[in-house]
Design a protein around this ligand. Structure first.
Ligand code: THU
Length: 133
């Protein structure tokens, strides 16, 4: 389990990231921040495209940033949406998180006090892994 104080700090980073979202089509800004085993935090936002299918989610941008900086041990993923209700991560992002930690802690926050806390193993049971290759 990650300390509450730490999660609150990472929530603030995810919230800041959501302000950078490029989402002119959905108008649904998302920010994400991942915590690694070394205590580093990497953030990302959703980036949309006129060719809609090329859109990338905030979670994947944050994870790919962490990997690109040499940090693969992801402990937790924190999501922030500028909504009244927290939003769970999409299926594609669940699969990408699972590549690096099938037991990652997932937190979803929003502008209200409402939040969600999951373990990825409950959000993506029996996932596709390298064992099948
Ligand atoms: N989005 C995310 O960034 N993360 C998710 O887990 C779900 C959806 C983005 C993609 C798109 O830019 C917008 O939210 C609406 O789907």
């Amino acid at each position: 389990m990650v300390e509450d104080r730490m999660i609150r700090e990472i929530k603030a980073i995810a919230k800041q990231a959501s302000k950078k979202a490029y989402c002119p089509y959905s108008k649904f800004p998302v920010g994400a921040a991942v915590l690694t085993k070394e205590g580093k935090v990497f953030s990302g936002c959703n980036v949309e495209n006129a060719s809609f299918g090329l859109t990338i989610c905030a979670e994947r941008n944050a994870i790919f940033g962490a990997i690109a900086q040499g940090h693969k041990d992801i402990i937790a993923v924190v999501i922030f949406t500028q909504t009244e209700k927290p939003a769970a991560p999409c299926g594609a992002c669940r699969q990408v998180i699972s590549e690096f930690n099938p037991r990652a802690e997932i937190y979803s926050f929003c502008i209200s006090e409402d939040f969600l806390h999951y373990n990825l193993r409950d959000l993506l049971p029996n996932s596709f892994t390298s064992d099948f290759l």
